[in-house]
Design a protein around this ligand. Structure first.
Ligand SMILES: *Cc1c(COP(=O)(O)O)cnc(C)c1O
Length: 234
């Protein structure tokens, strides 16, 4: 049996504990409940317990749930975003975590402009250099962000996102989170227009405590809240 309330309480305790260790308060950390494959009634239950932010990785699924749940929560697009799907979510998302190529920026900017919206985005960086991971290369991040800042006035960069490799020992992820934090400081120093380094979206079920210790202020949790799911099935 899924005990969502209990799972959430454990997570919230951990957030408070690890935030304190890095001289922050629990309110400084945004918890995104990753609700991919989770049914709407369960999401409604999570909202009842205080969840304010949800993350989806498939545009169709986000739209289907948004149509029922609406603006009660903030919607995060956390998955790889195909250019031809941007139009479905552009008016619904509060934050896109997966900005990683200029062609995607062009489409987001165009669609955002057409509805008079400035869309908040995070740049996804492939810090671990794994072939299977999306995101721009660390060494290309500065040029990419400069280009976005200069060319796309309907995109507002709000920070960086990364996924650490899945490891048995979560200590092994620390180096990647530390690198993303360092990169964000470097980018922040450039003081570009339309660019803020407010958010570091890093940390998933397996490694969020380490991520918070290393400066994450936005964690994306699925499994520890909703239990094991077969993400491939849906
Ligand atoms: C699925 C997913 C998560 C959540 O993963 P869990 O290990 O279940 O916490 C976080 N971020 C992204 C981009 C995801 O696709």
């Amino acid at each position: 049996m899924l005990d969502l309330k209990k799972n959430l309480d454990i997570v919230l305790d951990n957030i408070e504990k690890y935030a304190k260790e890095s001289n922050r308060k629990k309110e400084d950390i945004t918890l995104i409940a990753v609700t991919k494959t989770v049914d709407i009634p369960v999401i409604q239950e999570a909202i009842k317990y205080g969840i304010t932010d949800v993350g989806e990785n498939k545009p169709q699924e986000l739209v289907r749930k948004y149509d029922v749940i609406g603006k009660k929560v903030k919607w995060h697009m956390i998955g790889t975003l195909q250019t031809n799907k941007v139009k479905y979510i552009i008016d619904k998302v509060d934050l896109i975590h997966s900005l990683d190529r200029i062609s995607l920026c062009e489409e987001i900017n165009k669609r955002a402009k057409s509805i008079n919206k400035v869309v908040d985005c995070l740049v996804q960086v492939n810090i671990s250099k794994e072939e299977t991971k999306h995101g721009i290369k660390e060494e290309e991040a500065l040029d990419f962000i400069k280009s976005v800042s200069e060319n796309f006035s309907n995109i507002r960069i709000k920070g960086l996102m990364t996924m650490a490799p899945y490891t048995q020992d979560k200590e092994d992820t620390r180096i990647y989170f530390r690198k993303l934090k360092e990169l964000s400081l470097k980018i922040s120093d450039m003081k570009l227009e339309n660019m803020y380094m407010d958010y570091l979206s890093m940390g998933m079920s397996n490694d969020y405590t380490v991520a918070i210790q290393e400066g994450s202020n936005m964690i994306r949790l699925g499994t520890v809240l909703f239990g094991e799911r077969n993400y491939e099935e849906v």
